[in-house]
Design a protein around this ligand. Sequence first.
Ligand SMILES: [Zn+2]
Ligand SMILES: [Zn+2]
Length: 352
Amino acid sequence: MKAIRIHGEGDLRIEELLDPSIAPGMVLLTGGYTGVCGTDLHLYFESEIYPADFSQPATLTGATWPQIFGHEFSGEVAQVGPDVTNLKPGDRVAVFPYYHCGHCLACEAGHATDCEHMAFEGIQGRSGGMAQSKLVPAELCFALPEEVDLVLGALVEPMAVAWHGVNIADVMVGDSALVLGGGPIGIGAFFALRARGVEQIIVSEPSAQRRAVLERVGIHNIIDPTSQNLQNEVRQLTAGRGVAATIDTAGSPLAFVEGMQSLAVGGRMVTIAMYKESIPLTRSLLVAGRSIRSSVVYSHEDFRAVIDAMRDGTISLEGEWVRLIEFADITTAMEQLRSGGTMKVLVRTPVD
Ligand SMILES: [Zn+2]
Ligand SMILES: [Zn+2]
């Protein structure tokens, strides 16, 4: 089979690999799509920012690099293991790529989303999205309803990242919120905030190209933080009060500070982004009962909620924020994504 594997920083290769064979508890997936995201960019361009040593076997999966690339993926079930009863050939699924141990301090405290030994399919996994045949545990497959196609299916994971972040922001119907960064996770945060009845959603995004896409998606309050004063704009839009929550999907220290300053009394800052530089957390930001909460991954409930939101159209492809590419385009797409010129990219799994 053809697969794209990452061998190290800056080293992605399209290769011919042996087909995996079916095993108990597992399913074989073919077809589908795989998303490329900010985490993939870190892995490819600056793998030191990702908190793992890829030369050592991952605790939960035993995986070392080279690794089949891509942790956001969908596929069609081609074969099921002898003991698998929840899926059958022909079913279309989104894969929940996250492994947790169940017994570390975080897991025991009910924070499985912050497991000390976390691993992902496509990063330190047994498989990954960018392969013609993917062997994955049946229990990690979420069946897609008829209304949700395989393109949307590959977006369940990144949309669940955003959904989880918004969940812990504790927003209510009628609230206002600020989203830092209008990339795919920022769009996901917009969908999740809208689903929760947040009335005023403000998105800050420095790229003009991305702002044009955000408009097409139906976002009305878009701010260019390079030419406008973010905090002033937010105060103006919220009658001086500030927002109940800021969702940081940008990872820029300056944006973080402005996002904190834009919070209302008792407001919550939720960090989803990875930060390359340290954040200047001065005392003047920690006032008025503001709090900071961190969100990295998602739960099964988030996956189910996102699939439901896709079924009812709350999350859609409207506004053409997703672009489909072929295996051969992968490195070009990585460069384009790094320069911020494009929005979401999904890689099509080749049929032959
Ligand atoms: Zn991702
Ligand atoms: Zn754990």
